[in-house]
Ligand binder design. Structure first.
Ligand SMILES: [Ca+2]
Ligand SMILES: [Ca+2]
Length: 122
């Protein structure tokens, strides 16, 4: 892990605990109906991506949003999304099932997502 990223993440967690006062899942409401969303920390904190459902285009995460996903939501009743380890849909993949959320992905899936699409699953 890059040291710079680790320091930034630690600072962010501290700021979050201080400002939200333990309101559970407050940030899940950031994700609008028929969209799919990813957050860089557990429990839907630090929104790093939001897209409308139904797109087969792979979109890459750039800058400090790359390799950070720790929680996600799919607010589509129609489409299954997919998140991939590398750019343009390559590498290890995780489905985003319809009407589903994960507030804390498994450790082996944490901090690796680089690209995603919002249709056709993985
Ligand atoms: Ca993360
Ligand atoms: Ca990656």
């Amino acid at each position: 892990m890059r040291i710079k990223t680790a320091i930034a993440a630690t600072m962010f967690v501290g700021a979050t605990l201080f400002t939200t006062g333990g309101v559970a899942h407050a940030s899940l409401s950031e994700c609008n109906t028929n969209n799919m969303c990813m957050w860089g920390n557990n429990d839907f904190h630090w929104l790093i991506g939001e897209r409308a459902h139904g797109s087969t285009t792979w979109t890459n995460l750039g800058g400090d949003r790359n390799d950070e996903m720790d929680s996600w939501a799919n607010r589509s009743a129609t489409h299954t999304g997919c998140m991939a380890e590398h750019s343009n849909g390559s590498g290890d993949k995780q489905d985003m099932h319809r009407n589903d959320t994960d507030n804390n992905v498994a450790p082996w899936n944490s901090d690796e997502i680089t690209s995603w699409r919002t249709r056709n699953g993985c």
